[in-house]
Write a protein that binds this ligand. Structure first.
Ligand code: PAF
Length: 288
């Protein structure tokens, strides 16, 4: 099984125009490659909403605030193409940086509000890079639906805001986080953990699910969050960048219970930055 790969915007549009004329609905799944089951679940989800599914593979330099992180980002295009063929994606768009950012490129798309705080506070410029490349990918392919993982929960909120604010005619669909058997959220970055780090890594999701459960059952968020942070550090993580309870829709800090909330965290292990988030349920203003 194989998948067609195009590397130019012209080539992408040529194929998409053909599908449009045939009356097909188009789905888009943007990725940075190093594909795992989490990405493949997004492709399957896109296929439920569309007749033809395009996956993009572009390690976007503009969203890396550290050159060492960009250099270390795993790349495995041939392997990725095989996996995509296996799940029935129809086209892989894998442009070079010069195709996406030709000489003279000068535009930045910046989404205020939801991009501030959390990852935005620790990765300056990251969400501008994400918003810029996602705006480009959406305009290059003009899909009916585009799918992004909830694992990057703040990114998903930024993209929803971007699409609403710029009237980009696409439905944004969020795909649930896929987890390893021990609960670790799947991520291309997990490949960079040492064997020992990998055994510790699931303590991040354990702590988040534990705190979410405690908050849902009525415990004060501050105490539950402090305990979760202590657990993560005791497990062997070197730093907890943030662990915060936010409104699941606006990502504003939660001041009063009653609305769906989300507990989000970023923490360092083995020199690798891991992020995760879990829902916190309330009913009728009373923590459940
Ligand atoms: O989530 C990712 O892999 C990237 O941030 C995205 C959405 C493909 C933009 O480069």
């Amino acid at each position: 099984m194989s998948i067609s790969i195009v590397r130019t915007v012209a080539g992408l549009r040529e194929q998409i125009n053909e599908w449009r004329h045939a009356g097909y609905r188009l789905g888009l799944v943007p990725t940075m490659g190093a594909l795992h089951e989490g990405h493949l679940s997004l492709v399957r989800l896109a296929k439920e909403h569309a007749d033809k599914t395009v996956v993009t593979l572009f390690v976007n330099p503009k969203q890396f605030n550290r050159p060492d992180d960009l250099a270390a980002y795993p790349r495995s295009e041939a392997d990725d193409a095989g996996k995509l063929a296996g799940v029935g994606a129809d086209l892989l768009f894998a442009p070079e940086p010069e195709e996406m950012y030709p000489e003279g490129f000068s535009t930045t798309v910046s989404v205020a509000g939801v991009s501030e705080g959390l990852c935005g506070a620790f990765r300056p410029g990251h969400f501008d890079g994400v918003a810029t490349v996602v705006a480009k990918l959406l305009l290059q392919s003009q899909p009916d639906v585009a799918v992004f993982g909830e694992k990057d929960f703040q990114q998903l909120a930024v993209i929803r805001r971007l699409v609403a604010d710029l009237n980009i005619p696409v439905s944004i669909v969020g795909g649930a986080t896929v987890r390893e058997d021990d609960g670790l959220a799947m991520s291309s970055r997990n490949l960079r953990l040492t064997a020992n780090g990998r055994t510790i890594a699931s303590r991040l999701s354990d702590a988040l699910f534990g705190a979410a459960q405690q908050i849902s059952s009525g415990e004060g968020p501050d105490a539950a969050i402090a305990r979760a942070k202590a657990e993560i550090l005791a497990a062997g993580f070197s730093e907890v960048e943030y662990l915060e309870l936010r409104d699941a829709g606006t990502l504003a800090p939660v001041t009063r219970p009653g609305r769906p909330a989300r507990l989000l965290a970023a923490a360092w292990l083995d020199g690798v930055r891991l992020i995760d988030n879990v829902p916190v349920g309330y009913s009728s203003g009373v923590p459940r």
